[in-house]
Each structure stands twice: as C-alpha cells, then as structure tokens.
Design a protein around this ligand. Structure first.
Ligand code: ADP
Length: 262
C-alpha cells in the first residue's frame, strides 16, 4: 500500500500543492502591485485638473476678480479644467465597471451607417475648425445593420473618430469605411495624421498610456479612451487592431456580426 510509487505520488501531490500556492501568492502580489499603480495613476490624473481649477479660483478670490480683462479668462480656464475632471471621473467609472465585469452588453440590431453619420454631425464644428474632412465609404441613406450594444458601440466609434481628428494636422482627412467580411462587418477608422511609432503600438490600449504626454495633455483627453474601446470591442467577441506609421497616419479596425433578418 505504501509502495514506492505511492510515496512518489504523495511527493508529487505535495509539490504540486506547494507550487500552486506559490503561484497563487505571486498572482495576489501582482494584483496588489497593479492596484497600487492604478491608484497612483488615478491620483496623479485627478490632481492636475484639480490644482489648475483651484489655482484660477484662488487667483480670482485674491483680487483678479476686479481685473475686468482677465476675470472671464480665469473663469473659463477653471471651468475647462472642471469639465475635464468630470470626463475623467466618468471614464474611470466606466473602466472600473468593465474591469469588475459588471457591465453586460445589450445587443440588438443597430444601423451602424446612420450612427457614424450622427457622430460626424456631432463633430462637424470641431473638424471644420481644424479644416479636417470627415468621409465615409457608404452614403447616408444606406442601411447597414450589425448586432451590437448601441450605446457602447457609439462610444467606441466616437472615441476612435475623436482621436483621428485630435491627432491630425490642419487639413487632414478622416475616413471611416465599412466592408463586408463573410458574416462580419469590418469597420475601419483611418486618418492621415501624426501616426504612432511602432514601439508604442502595443501599449496605447493601456490606461493612461500616451505616446507624447505633453502633446496629448495639450490636446485634451483622459488617456482612457482606447482602454475603454478595447474592453467594449472584446465584449463583442472581436479584437481591436491598429496599423500606423509616424507622419503617415493610423488605421484602427474591428469587426462586428452582421445582422441577418430571419
Ligand atoms: P487620450 O485621451 O490621450 O487621447 P487614448 O486612450 O484615446 O487617450 O489614446 C492613447 C494615446 O494613443 C494618445 O494619447 C495618443 O498618444 C495615441 N493615439 C490614439 N489615437 C491616435 C491616432 N489616431 N493617431 C495618433 N496617435 C493616437
């Protein structure tokens, strides 16, 4: 009964058990490290707009309120920073819900073509201001339906198109294209903007990761847009891909299931 092989077996079991515990401990350590880093990143990101708004408000209280020429300017800057803070908190809540896994996708047939034109309408003023053209390979009246969570997919497209405009130079061109790929619809957002150096490509989907910190900060944004995009696209059982080269532009793409009426 206590033959050689069973002792070996017991040894093996003890070894496996210890090894399992060891990797559990490693996992917990990783998780703790990850949490600490997240908290540090969040605090840092929150501090910037809070300090800025605080600075403008205190300057006003300290007397700048009587300076007719500057008071409006200071108030507007304080408001801008508070708006940024609001956006950041909203994005943070979205990310934390998604990472906790408590967001379920409400999938239904969605006319994606119409949705893209809606986003174009919403962004028209901003694009015009920078002389950027928004283009689509399908006409507005074309009905192209996919199965998706409409609000979440709207957020994905809005983030990708906003980035395409944000990271383009004056006179740029942003093109969205829809192409059938079997039972899927391939969706692409292409710009001819500043592009992304290859060494940054697999990191841009991480939270708060920015290629050029000062430029991205000046342009505005929470640094969470692409991590939200990745979460939502993956929750639709797809993958977000990017092809880019500096000075040439970037193309982000993903696929969704086409809607097949019964
Ligand atoms: P942000 O709020 O900084 O735009 P995102 O998560 O949306 O945050 O994007 C992360 C980073 O990826 C950006 O700061 C920018 O450096 C880079 N990036 C995203 N989209 C583009 C694009 N279309 N062209 C060039 N760089 C981009």
């Amino acid at each position: 009964k206590f033959g050689h092989s069973s002792i070996n077996q017991i040894h093996q079991e003890i070894y496996d058990y210890a090894h399992g515990k060891q990797s559990e401990i490693e996992e917990l350590k990783q998780l703790a490290k990850f949490r600490r880093q997240f908290l540090a990143d969040v605090s840092h990101e929150l501090k910037t707009p809070i300090f800025a708004a605080q600075g403008f408000v205190h300057t006003l209280l300290d007397g700048a309120i009587d300076d007719k020429k500057n008071r409006m300017k200071f108030l507007k800057r304080a408001a801008k920073n508070l708006d940024g803070l609001d956006m950041l908190v909203q994005d943070l809540l979205t990310v934390s819900h998604m990472e906790a896994g408590d967001i379920t996708m409400q999938k239904e047939p969605v006319d994606i073509c119409e949705m893209i034109y809606e986003i174009f309408d919403q962004m028209e003023d901003n694009a015009e201001k920078h002389n950027i053209t928004l283009k689509m390979n399908e006409p507005r009246y074309e009905e192209i339906k996919v199965i998706a969570d409409p609000q979440r997919i709207y957020q994905v497209l809005l983030n990708l198109i906003t980035n395409a405009v944000k990271y383009s130079d004056e006179g740029g061109r942003v093109e969205v294209s829809l192409n059938e790929a079997g039972s899927k619809l391939d969706i692409r957002v292409k710009d001819n903007g500043i592009g992304i150096p290859s060494e940054h490509l697999n990191r841009i989907f991480e939270r708060f990761y920015r290629v050029d910190k000062s430029r991205s900060k000046a342009i505005g944004g929470t640094g969470l847009g692409l991590s939200i995009v990745k979460h939502i696209v993956e929750a639709h059982k797809s993958e977000i891909k990017v092809v880019s080269s500096p000075g040439q532009g970037s193309t982000f793409s993903f696929r969704l299931d086409k809607y097949k009426p019964q």
